[in-house]
Ligand binder design. Structure first.
Ligand code: NAX
Length: 333
């Protein structure tokens, strides 16, 4: 057993955290030999609810859990953390314009960026789940200049998992047979779920998804739309947004970031663009990445057909607009 690491989850009294905390505390993310001290950050009115979560974590009797620190103070929440799950964000309320949502979130992620900068370990790995996730990650990084930009990522793993699951169901194979499905761009309805670089194992041998599905109309239309609209479909059915699956995706994202990806496999993460695939620099864009020793690298040389090019440009344009709005709010603050 190694020394415990400190891990913060924000929005700790919310519904994603309710599933995520258990996954982290039982070893799904940092492995079965890594002890943890969990920092639970939420806002003052939620401290009573958070107390209940603390009681339940104790009642889970988890051997890896070396401590739990519930707090509404970002300086305490981010103190010495090695990993940060930024789940809490301002939800969109009725009548709220996109701009209002963005400016409320810019304020939250400014405060949290500063608190990370002043309190967290300098090699902290930050995953932003709270929406608009990509732009929130950029804002957070902007206010944490002492932490490398590469350490700020946004979650598109739920979209990837949804896409992988759609292809597995379509082909009637187990989920683990489907690999390298990509989510490009923003975690929004402009994202481009791309199965055309994916592979599937059928009867023991790998095939391209394009060949196995043998229906490009499906891959370009129904598949893309189903993944893009899956979040809304869950809300319609559950009357609440995806939580268990979002928590599983956050746990997958951070596990792969710490432990690395398997040979020949890649995963999608919102990361700061270096201009790869003609995407403007410095937006947080979801790319396929491979990870070794805790460092991600964008997978190069994948084929982008005209259809994909159009989709990538649309989602990049949306991100540039969001960034401009966010930076205007930052500047006026
Ligand atoms: P909940 O409303 O259940 O929980 C959010 C929690 O965050 C609340 O307890 C709230 O008090 C807390 N919070 C608000 N401001 C805070 C602050 N400044 N510091 C700390 N905590 C704060 O939402 P939940 O369903 O858990 O969703 C959380 C976020 O994830 C939302 O922004 C949601 O849009 C986003 N999602 C992102 C996904 C992704 O793939 N990137 C998918 C799932 C989810 O929709």
């Amino acid at each position: 057993m190694s020394e415990p690491i400190r891990v913060v989850v924000t929005g700790a009294a919310g519904q994603i955290a309710y599933s995520l905390l258990y996954m982290i505390a039982k070893g799904d993310v940092f492995g079965p030999n890594q002890k943890l001290i969990l920092h639970l950050l939420d806002i003052p009115p939620m401290m009573g609810v958070l107390e209940g979560v603390v009681m339940e974590l104790a009642d889970c009797a988890l051997p890896l859990l070396a401590g739990v620190i519930p707090t509404a103070d970002p300086a305490v929440g981010f103190k010495d953390v090695a990993a940060a799950f930024l789940v809490g964000a301002m939800p969109r309320k009725q009548g709220m314009e996109r701009k209002d949502l963005l400016s409320a979130n810019v304020k939250i992620f400014k405060v949290q960026g500063e608190a990370l900068n002043n309190n967290a370990k300098k090699d902290v790995k930050v995953l932003v789940v709270g929406n608009p996730a990509n732009t929130n990650a950029l804002v957070c990084s902007h206010y944490a200049p002492s932490i490398p930009k590469e350490n700020f990522t946004a979650m598109t793993r739920l979209d990837q998992n949804r896409a992988q699951s759609q292809i597995a169901a379509r082909l009637g194979v187990g989920i683990s047979k489907v690999k390298n499905i990509i989510i490009w761009g923003n975690h929004s309805s402009t994202q481009y779920p791309d199965a055309k670089n994916g592979t599937v194992e059928i009867d023991g041998s790998p095939k391209s998804v394009v060949e196995a599905v043998a229906n490009n109309d499906y891959l370009n239309a129904e598949f893309v739309e189903t993944v893009q609209k899956r979040g809304a479909a869950v809300i319609n059915a559950r009357k609440m947004s995806s939580a268990m699956s979002a928590a599983k995706a956050a746990s997958d994202h951070m596990r792969d970031w710490f432990a690395g990806t398997k040979d020949g496999e890649y995963v999608s993460m919102g990361v700061v663009s270096d201009g790869s695939y003609g995407i403007p620099k410095d937006v947080v864009f979801s790319f396929p990445v491979q990870i070794q020793n805790g460092q991600w690298k964008i997978v190069q040389g994948l084929s982008i057909d005209d259809f994909a090019r159009g989709k990538l440009d649309i989602t990049a344009k949306e991100l540039l607009e969001e960034n401009e709005e966010a930076m205007a709010v930052c500047a006026s603050d």
